[in-house]
Design a protein around this ligand. Structure first.
Ligand SMILES: Cc1cc2nc3c(=O)[nH]c(=O)nc-3n(C[C@H](O)[C@H](O)[C@H](O)COP(=O)(O)O)c2cc1C
Length: 445
């Protein structure tokens, strides 16, 4: 073995070819990508990616909600081919999930939205592009050919700017509109404040400079590439940061949905819905879809998880509009659970951002592949060969571990009671013997 092979082996001295790609080989799940992303990002960028509102109660709740559900698989079904195709906001798609709109992706990787759009285009997965995109709507649209592209609108106090942006997105070929309705006020994210996040770039402090020195790959790209900004906000007049300050002025109302739907003249999804009454209102006003979401735990703290709010909203409007859901989805099994509760599809935010931060476009591709593989695997193991076979009968409320095994089935020292000289008991759980367990839908009402 020569010297350069030894250096490669121990990863010393040779920069990773191109930006983290080699490390992807050891990423099997989204959490692996998240670990890699956190290693690559300075703390300000990582804090912006991972953080939530105030105490991050909702952020934690988004993950815990999944612990409340378990699958009851159907055995001996033919799952030799598994069909995951569906339609989302008018487009036929190969997978039941889409990439959520996020602001500031170039904070995570210098290729930003272009990398995401290429990966989405290759997989045919819808990509929602934020008003706070860090590349132009037109450039993203040409990079994302092959993906249904959605444009996400934040409505300004000055409605004419929003109208201008709508027309621009339409002209660039965006097929559907996502109206984010949960940001009438921008929440306080203390993690971001502590880490020195000042959109669209980290604040320059001794700490962020030191962090930059500790993350040379990221810093090199940050200083040698064009400055990060919000090019779609600075059409004329004030700077990006001033426009951002004007955006969350609290004046957005249901009246806006009416003129926006008229102007857009295509599928409109209202994002941030958590109450059935709001979903009904959106459907009454002509929306094509509602996105059950708490903004990934970044807005109202103590809002319920998307998954918890989902069943009641499906029951209220599922036959009138598409019901999509996001916030906290990290596994294909999470996606399957939401579909079984009645969602048409799921949006993912941080999972693909972890891929982006870890390695750019190949990282986003891997995030999509991981979730696609896990969706198929979970469906197969549940005995469902198509999305139509996913229903609430596949789920039940998970019994807390302590209550799961009847006490009389255990020996006094906690071990199983079976064995020579010991009385055996049937291997049943209280839920099965004391009546039907509640479904997740019922559990969360
Ligand atoms: C860094 C970051 C920026 C975001 N920016 C936006 C945005 O500009 N517009 C929007 O509607 N939602 C935004 N969101 C929320 C996502 O669209 C989505 O609702 C959320 O990320 C889903 O939760 P998850 O990250 O747990 O998958 C952002 C989320 C993150 C993580």
């Amino acid at each position: 073995m020569n010297l350069s092979e030894i250096r490669q082996l121990i990863h010393l001295g040779t920069p990773n070819p191109p930006y983290g790609v080699r490390s992807l080989a050891r990423c099997y799940g989204i959490d692996d990508l998240a670990r890699l992303a956190r290693r690559r990002l300075p703390s300000a960028a990582a804090g912006y990616l991972d953080g939530g509102g105030e105490d991050e109660w909702t952020l934690r709740r988004n993950r815990r909600a999944f612990d409340a559900l378990e699958f009851l698989p159907r055995l001996m079904q033919d799952v030799s081919t598994i069909d995951t195709t569906t339609t989302l906001l008018g487009a036929k798609v190969p997978l039941p999930f889409a990439l959520s709109p996020v602001g500031g992706p170039r904070m995570f990787h210098h290729d930003g939205e272009l990398a995401v759009a290429r990966a989405a285009g290759e997989a045919g997965v819808p990509y929602g592009v934020s008003t706070l995109a860090t590349q132009s709507l037109e450039d993203i649209a040409s990079a994302g050919r092959g993906a249904p592209l959605w444009f996400q609108l934040y409505v300004w106090g000055d409605r004419s700017t929003s109208r201008e942006l709508l027309h621009r997105a339409k002209a660039a070929g965006y097929q559907a509109l996502v109206l984010s309705a949960d940001t009438s006020v921008r929440s306080e994210r203390e993690r971001e404040l502590h880490q020195g996040v000042k959109l669209p770039v980290p604040e320059l402090t001794l700490r962020t400079l030191l962090e930059g020195a500790l993350h040379p790959d990221w810093s090199w790209n940050f200083v040698t590439r064009p400055a990060i900004g919000f090019p779609n906000l600075s059409m004329s007049g004030p700077t990006s940061r001033e426009r951002l300050a004007q955006m969350f002025d609290g004046t957005v109302s249901w009246d806006d949905l009416e003129w926006i739907s008229r102007e857009w003249d295509g599928p409109v999804a209202v994002k941030g819905v958590l109450r059935p009454a709001d979903a009904i209102r959106a459907a009454d006003l002509g929306a094509s879809a509602v996105i059950v979401s708490n903004h990934g735990g970044r807005q109202l703290d103590r809002a319920p998880a998307g998954l918890e709010a989902l069943p009641a909203i499906v029951d209220a409007v599922g036959d009138r509009v598409e019901v999509l859901c996001d916030s906290g989805f990290r596994r294909g099994g999470d996606i399957v659970a939401a579909l079984a509760l009645g969602a048409r599809g799921v949006l993912i935010g941080r999972p693909y951002l972890y891929g982006l931060a870890a390695a750019g476009e190949p990282g986003v591709r891997l995030a999509i592949d991981i979730l696609a593989k896990e969706v198929r695997m979970t469906m197969g193991l549940c005995g469902a060969a198509s999305l139509a076979e996913l229903d609430r009968d596949l789920l039940r409320a998970a019994v807390p571990a302590r209550a799961a095994v009847p006490a009389q089935a255990l020996s006094p020292d906690g071990g199983p009671a079976a064995g020579p000289g010991r009385k055996t008991t049937p291997r049943s759980r209280p839920a099965a013997t004391t009546g039907r367990a509640r479904t997740g839908a019922e559990a969360s009402k």
